[in-house]
Design a protein around this ligand. Sequence first.
Ligand code: AMP
Length: 315
Amino acid sequence: MKKTLLSGIKPTGQIHLGNYFGAIKQWVDLVKSGEYESFVMIADYHALNFIQNKEEMRSLTQELVVDYLAVGLDPKEVTIFKQSDISAHTELTWIFDTLVTVPFLERAHAFKDAEAKNKEISVGTFNYPVLMASDILLYSPDVVPVGSDQKQHVEYTRDIADKFNFKFGETFKLPKEMILESVATVPGIDGQKMSKSYGNTIPLFASDEEIEKAVMSIVTDSSGDVPTNVYAIHKLLKTEEELAPIYEANKGKYKALKEALIADLKAFVGPLRARREEILANPTLVKETLEMGAKRAREVAEKKLEEAKVAIGVL
Ligand code: AMP
């Protein structure tokens, strides 16, 4: 019996090194191990909290499928699907909504952050952890590989599953997050967590010019021999043993170290970008991938939703 893996990304902009090293690389490795049935989602209904323009939504979604294929996810080995194609996600969310309390959701980091910024918060943003619980629980995954920013959401998912199971009988398997300590929070060019919303990213498919510009704007302080923020990004690409002689030979020479990082980033990104170009040249691939993915995801999700509906007494 294979174990099950589920994860996903919101189509809200270009994916970056934080997404790749924090989450996607683990998916690719686990899929290749052959030990998992894997489900990788394009979380377009989560993205709707941010992207409210149809052309943008459509193109960001297509781009993300291309990205998934370019990093080496093979639709024959992994179910790549769009959240909005599987209506069980939103239907189960309603069922969970009747169990989850407002104070429980008010404790979520994402909600507290949005509130602290005095933003006007949509019901969708407030309810984000409940939709995410549905996304996960419909597929009964053994592992959910994510970056550390998603830890609380997986904990929320366990709490919601537990509450449902306690009230209506054992229905949902409690999932576990899988977070690789070394890349739990990949830093951006300013040393904060790399994030689309902070504008501090290095895109995974960056052009050579974008790489040069991003690395040259990495914030360095002059307090030591090693520019911390440069080293932190460099460590994603090379081991500490490989980096030691480079940083030893260039103590305090920030420009030379940035140039070394640029060269390594170009060597890493180049083949990924070339693969992406090849996929872009085959426009039917995205459509076929999503059709195939929706079919398999629907089979699994609808079966679990039906169990939940029987458990609550509506079926
Ligand atoms: P998102 O862009 O919020 O949809 O995130 C997609 C995935 O990338 C999630 O598993 C995140 O935890 C992960 N991720 C995003 N940014 C980072 C980062 N800076 N470091 C590690 N993981 C990240």
